[in-house]
Design a protein around this ligand. Structure first.
Ligand SMILES: [Zn+2]
Length: 325
């Protein structure tokens, strides 16, 4: 069983999950609209992504998504097959029926009302439950003081570990372990800024061993002491890369990525690293930044909130930069 925790030995990690009921998934959202829901709202309010949007996906787009088994459309509509009277999620692995037998409805409730039954292969009614579980796992990882094991994380949202590992990775664009590592690095960075001193930061951030702290702090692109001092003695090259989620500020040192932020201006970087020498990236640095951004998965699952998609994208860029270092 993979263990995500850097210090699973130091305390029972299940402590962090007390009060979370494993079987508490949100009730199915049975909105009556027969229209196909369009783009999920980006306001961060929708957990399940099942909104009663007025926009609709046209049949051509839906057929294209179904044809290429695009998982990003799972949960946004269901596919009905008149010859078999079953309905599927767009990404169903089953062989594609002829176009004239295929229809599109808003959700499982609409399909059942029309006399279809759920496909046993792709389990279309589980889409909202799956996505809600990933969304809850992300929230748990965001606020966990200690990184839980995969088994504890999966149990907290009511899934078997290996299945959940695959599900999380598919929806989030990176594994639970990679996301947990990213959260730890963010906490290490915040502790360094707040404490202004490495030793104090290690204990403030709850690390049992300095070696773990240094491993996580490798994502800072500079020595922890330099980060704690606001980047003193560091040359930081910045570049803004357009992405599907907005303009992305990418800052790097000779060691690698040191900061990445969506819709941030260089002023934000100056506030973060007031003692660093900030310069516009040269050609080599620009191409390195582009390489990191292009290699990062853009999470598109409609069930994720806009805030989650942005956070996951930033984590994915940091992960690709780290792998490239
Ligand atoms: Zn199916």
């Amino acid at each position: 069983m993979p263990d995500l925790s850097p210090m699973a030995h130091s305390s029972p990690s299940s402590r962090a999950w007390s009060g979370i009921h494993p079987s508490a998934h949100p009730a199915a959202d049975e909105h009556a609209a027969q229209r196909i829901p369009g783009q999920a709202r980006d306001d961060g309010k929708s957990i399940s992504g099942r909104t009663s949007d007025d926009t609709s996906i046209d049949p051509e787009t839906a057929w294209d998504a179904f044809s290429r088994r695009d998982r990003a459309y799972d949960g946004r509509f269901v596919v009905t097959v008149s010859s078999t009277r079953i309905y599927c999620r767009p990404s169903c692995a089953a062989r594609r029926p002829r176009r004239e037998h295929v229809g599109f409805l808003a959700d499982g409730a609409a399909a059942r009302a029309a006399g279809y039954r759920a496909c046993r292969r792709c389990l279309p009614d589980d889409v909202a439950r799956d996505a809600a579980a990933v969304s809850r796992a992300l929230a748990l990882l965001d606020r966990a003081e200690r990184t839980p094991s995969l088994a504890d994380l999966a149990a907290a949202v009511g899934y078997a570990p290996h299945h959940f590992q695959r599900l999380f990775t598919r929806v989030a664009g990176l594994s639970p372990a990679a996301y947990a590592r990213d959260r730890r690095a963010a906490r290490a960075a915040a502790a360094l800024r707040e404490e202004g001193h490495v030793t104090a930061a290690i204990y403030a951030a709850g690390y049992a061993a300095p070696s773990r702290f240094y491993a996580d702090a490798a994502a800072l692109g500079m020595a922890p002491a330099a980060w704690a001092s606001g980047g003193a003695g560091e040359r930081v090259a910045w570049y803004v890369v357009p992405t599907p989620l907005g303009a992305l500020l990418v800052a790097q040192t000779g060691r690698g990525l040191c900061h990445v932020g969506l819709d941030e201006r260089v002023e934000a970087l100056a506030a973060l690293l007031p003692a660093a020498l900030l310069v516009a990236a040269d050609a080599g640095e620009r191409s390195r930044a582009l390489r990191w951004v292009e290699a990062a998965a853009v999470p598109r699952d409609a069930a994720l909130t806009g805030a989650q998609r942005r956070a996951l994208f930033l984590a994915a860029v940091r992960a690709t930069a780290r792998a490239d270092a």
